[in-house]
Design a protein around this ligand. Structure first.
Ligand SMILES: [Zn+2]
Length: 432
């Protein structure tokens, strides 16, 4: 091609790399990819795949790791299949540290794994017997909390053979195989700070209407469930208008008297106040607003969707009766417990009725070593105050902020203001 004066492009280089890899010549394929900058072409994931899979299949682990480094340097993100291949080659060459690292990378990349990936993980644990680290129980727990729950990242824990099973978990997140309680997983400390910072850095204007009766009901229900008032956030203009309205004045005065009402200054957008408070203080946010506004997209879907899953409380009024819908009791994602156990959800067959399948991977010695005081660390992440299992390590003692759909905002706080709702939010006290 080059000899004929034709400039290769990404597609043609990828095609040639595939041919070379199919013949087992990964080195040649890798050289092609590494040199494509000479043609001002940028490699994509598909450009790297033939090389990476070729090295992995031939158990040329170091070369495969080199490909991964090159991908990172070019800003190409690996996905499930690539990490699964790297995990497999690390398992095949007995590299425990790398296998641990790729399991962690897989955890960060996907929620449920494909069946092929589940088999690779099963094979690794069934054949892997190396003794884990002697870790301080408290350090492990602190790491789990710092990370937002669901993983510690410190290394393999425990001794002896792993027990690998396939099974299910109950509605509350308790594993039928080993009895462990699966965790609610939040964004980690650093992500929380970054997220709060990006909220603080943006501004927006939005009109809100007040539905006072509903807001009042939500606030009172939160108080009765949690014993703390939610933080209610309103724009100051709105508060002034409400105070002038005889039918609303009493309620507003009551909130002011209880010090649960926070007013945002003139010219500012209340949405940012409640969102910032909810993120920064790690509260629950009560709102039916799905926050699909484009400004929320600016915050980055990665953080935001994960945060919303763990912090948003929705509500309905059915025939006048309030019903709060709390975040689920556990997260369907790959989890590494503070006892060293792993739980891996497996992608279903697309049938909504079929039960979520899980890989349950435990080591008896690991559980025995760390299990004793696991319970003392629990906090409720859902704001339910109902934390049953020993693994609900929620980083947040959650408080609640309530928001009425597109209405006034309310927040609540235990003792200090906790959150804000763009519409209306509430914040509930921490159970602990
Ligand atoms: Zn289990």
């Amino acid at each position: 091609m080059v000899a004929n004066g034709i400039k290769p492009n990404e597609a043609s280089i990828t095609a040639v790399a595939r041919l070379a890899a199919a013949k087992g010549d990964g080195d040649y394929a890798f050289d092609l990819v590494k040199n494509m900058g000479a043609y001002n072409e940028l490699p994509r994931l598909r450009t790297y795949d033939p090389v990476l899979f070729c090295f992995c299949d031939k158990l040329e682990a170091d070369k495969a790791y080199e490909v991964e480094l090159h991908m990172e340097s070019m800003g190409v993100s690996l996905e499930e299949m690539e990490f699964a291949a790297l995990l497999k080659v690390s398992a095949g060459t007995g590299n425990e540290e790398k296998a641990y690292g790729y399991l962690q990378k897989l955890r960060k990349t996907v929620r449920c794994v494909r069946d092929e990936t589940a088999k690779i993980i099963e094979d690794w644990f069934q054949n892997f017997e190396c003794n884990g680290l002697e870790l301080d129980v408290r350090l492990v727990k602190e790491a789990v909390t710092r990370n937002g729950g669901g993983w510690h990242g410190l290394g393999w824990i425990g001794k002896g053979r792993w027990v690998v099973r396939r099974g299910n978990v109950d509605m509350g997140g308790k594993c039928f195989c080993c009895g462990e309680q699966l965790a609610c997983i939040d964004i980690d400390d650093t992500e929380t700070e970054t997220f709060a910072g990006s909220v603080a850095g943006l501004a927006m204007e939005r009109e809100v209407k007040a539905y006072f009766k509903q807001l009042d009901a939500v606030v009172k229900e939160l108080y009765s469930q949690r014993g703390n008032w939610p933080l209610i956030i309103f724009h100051n203009k709105r508060v002034r208008a409400l105070l002038e309205n005889p039918s609303h004045r009493k309620l507003i005065q009551e909130w002011i008297q209880k010090e649960v009402l926070y007013t945002t200054p003139h010219g500012s957008n209340d949405d940012w106040y409640w969102l910032y408070a909810a993120v920064k203080l790690r509260c629950l946010l009560v709102t039916n607003d799905e926050m699909r506004d484009h400004i929320f997209e600016l915050l980055g879907s990665n953080f935001f969707l994960r945060w919303k899953e763990r912090h948003q409380v929705r509500y309905t009024f059915l025939k006048g009766n309030l019903k709060l819908q709390m975040p689920g009791p556990f997260s369907v994602v790959i989890q590494e417990s503070d006892k060293g156990a792993w739980h891996v959800p497996i992608s279903g067959d697309g049938n909504e009725d079929s039960t979520q399948g899980w890989l349950c991977i435990t080591r008896p010695s690991a559980c025995g070593a760390l299990g004793e005081d696991a319970v003392s660390m629990e906090t409720s992440e859902n704001g339910h105050g109902v934390c049953n299992g020993s693994k609900l390590l929620s980083p947040c003692k959650q408080k609640c902020i309530a928001g009425c759909n597109n209405e006034p905002e309310s927040q609540d706080s235990d003792n200090k203001p906790a959150t804000m709702a763009g519409k209306r939010k509430e914040r509930s006290p921490s159970p602990s």
